[in-house]
Design a protein. Structure first.
Ligand code: UT7
Length: 334
C-alpha cells in the first residue's frame, strides 16, 4: 500500500515522546543467565544492553507514560485526542486492546481506540492508519503509540533470542493541518505471510491454545529463524525506503536522517550501505535498547529530535521490518 501527501488535508506531526524502563540488563549480566558472551552479542548484533520493564509493568503502562510525554509537549491532555492507536505484539491481553487500557490510563474521552499488529513494522502501519483517518476527515487529532514488553514473551533459556529484545514505548501526536503543511510526505507498507512461521509465538492463539504441553515445550515464547529473517530484512527495508521515496520528489541525498529498525547493527549497516547513506546520516541506538519491535522507530525518532540529529524542517526516513513478514517506510518532515 502506498500513500502520498494529499493536497486537501495535511498530516502534521505535533509532538513525540518516549518511555524506557529504568532497569538495564547488560550483556555481562545475560552471560550469567545463558551460555553467551558480551563478545558474541556485540560482534553479531551490536547490542550492549537492553531495558527490562518492572514485574507488573505492561505495554499499556509504558505506552501511557510515552503518550503523556508527547501530549504534554503538545500542550494537550488525553481529553484532547479523538482517536488512539497502539502498535504492539506484546498486548496486555489477547483482548481487549492495549489501546483501550492506554485510553483509560491517560484519561482520553470515549474515542475510538484499537491496536495494530504488524510486529516491528507496527508503528509505520499505525502511522498509515492514522494518516488515512486524518486525510479522510474522520479524525482531527490522533495519538499513536508503539509499546512493547518483549521481556515477558522472551524465553530466557534460549540464547538465540533472549539476547536480542528489550522493552520500551514511544508516542506521537498527529493533527489535521490545512493549508499545505504536511509532515508525512509518503508512506509505503507491505507484507508476505509465506514467512509467518519464521518469527512468531507458536502457542496461545486459536491454532495452539494453551495446554500443559505447550507450556512444557516453551511455545508461548518468541521463536525466530534468525538467518532467514536477516536476509529478507535487508532486502525489504531497502525496497520499502526506495518505494516510499519514489512517491516524493526527493533524492536519497535530500534525506537528513535514515532511522532504520534497530534489530541488529549488521542489518542497519547493510541497509544503509545498500541505500548509500553514510553512518553520520543513519540513526543507531540498538546498542542501548536492542530490538523493541513496534516501539523502535518512534523511540529512535524521539531521541534523534532531542539530540539535535534532526532539526525543524529536516526530512527523515523511518524504515522497519518484522514478523509477518511485514515492512514499511515513511518519509517525514519534522
Ligand atoms: O525485527 C526483525 C526481527 N529480527 C531480526 O531482524 C533479527 C535477524 N537475525 C539476526 O539478527 C541474526 O541472525 C542473529 C543475531 C539472530 C544470529 O546471528 P547469526 O550470525 O545469524 O548467527 P547464527 O544463528 O547462525 O548462529 C551462529 C552460532 C551458532 O553456533 P554453531 O551452530 O555455529 O555452533 C549458534 O548456536 O552462534 C551460536 N549462537 C550464540 N552463541 C553465543 C546463537 N546465539 C548465541 C548467543 N551467544 N547468544
Amino acid at each position: 500500500m502506498e500513500t502520498a501527501a494529499c493536497k486537501s488535508v495535511g498530516v502534521k506531526i505535533v509532538s513525540t515522546g518516549r518511555y524506557l524502563p529504568e532497569k538495564i540488563l547488560t550483556n555481562e549480566e545475560l552471560s550469567k543467565i545463558v551460555e553467551t558472551s558480551d563478545e558474541w552479542i556485540t560482534t553479531r548484533t551490536g547490542i550492549k544492553e537492553r531495558r527490562i520493564a518492572a514485574k507488573g509493568a505492561l505495554s499499556s503502562d509504558l505506552g501511557a507514560e510515552a503518550a503523556k510525554i508527547a501530549l504534554t509537549r503538545a500542550g494537550l491532555s488525553g481529553a484532547d485526542i479523538d482517536m488512539l492507536i497502539c502498535a504492539t505484539i506484546t498486548p496486555d491481553k489477547i483482548f481487549p486492546s492495549t489501546a483501550c487500557y492506554i485510553q483509560q490510563k491517560i484519561g482520553a474521552a470515549e474515542v475510538p481506540a484499537f491496536d495494530v499488529s504488524a510486529a516491528c513494522s507496527g508503528f509505520i502501519y499505525a502511522l498509515g492508519v492514522a494518516s488515512g483517518f486524518i486525510r479522510s476527515g474522520a479524525a482531527k487529532r490522533v495519538l499513536i503509540v508503539g509499546a512493547e514488553v518483549l521481556s515477558k514473551f522472551t524465553d530466557w533459556h534460549d540464547r538465540s533470542t533472549c539476547v536480542l529484545f528489550g522493552d520500551g514505548a514511544g508516542a506521537m501526536v498527529l493533527e489535521a493541518a490545512e493549508g499545505g503543511t504536511d509532515s508525512l510526505l509518503s508512506l509505503f507498507i507491505g507484507a508476505d505471510g509465506q514467512y509467518a512461521e519464521l518469527l512468531h509465538i507458536p502457542a496461545g492463539g486459536a491454532s495452539a491454545p494453551a495446554t500443559e504441553e505447550t507450556v512444557k515445550n516453551r511455545l508461548h515464547f518468541m521463536k525466530m529463524s534468525g538467518k532467514e529473517v536477516f536476509k529478507v530484512a535487508v532486502t525489504k527495508m531497502a525496497e520499502a525506503f526506495e518505494k516510499a521515496l519514489a512517491k516524493t520528489n526527493l533524492k536519497p541525498s535530500d534525506i537528513n536522517l535514515l532511522i532504520p529498525h534497530q534489530a541488529n547493527m549488521r542489518i542497519i549497516d547493510a541497509v544503509s550501505r545498500r541505500l548509500g547513506f553514510p553512518m553520520e546520516k543513519t540513526y543507531v541506538n540498538v546498542h542501548k535498547y536492542g530490538n523493541i519491535s513496534a516501539a523502535t522507530t518512534i523511540v529512535a525518532l524521539d531521541e534523534a529530535l532531542e539530540e539535535g540529529r534532526l532539526n525543524k524542517g529536516d526530512t527523515a526516513a523511518l524504515v522497519a521490518f518484522g514478523g509477518g513478514f511485514t515492512w514499511g517506510a515513511a518519509i517525514i518532515r519534522v
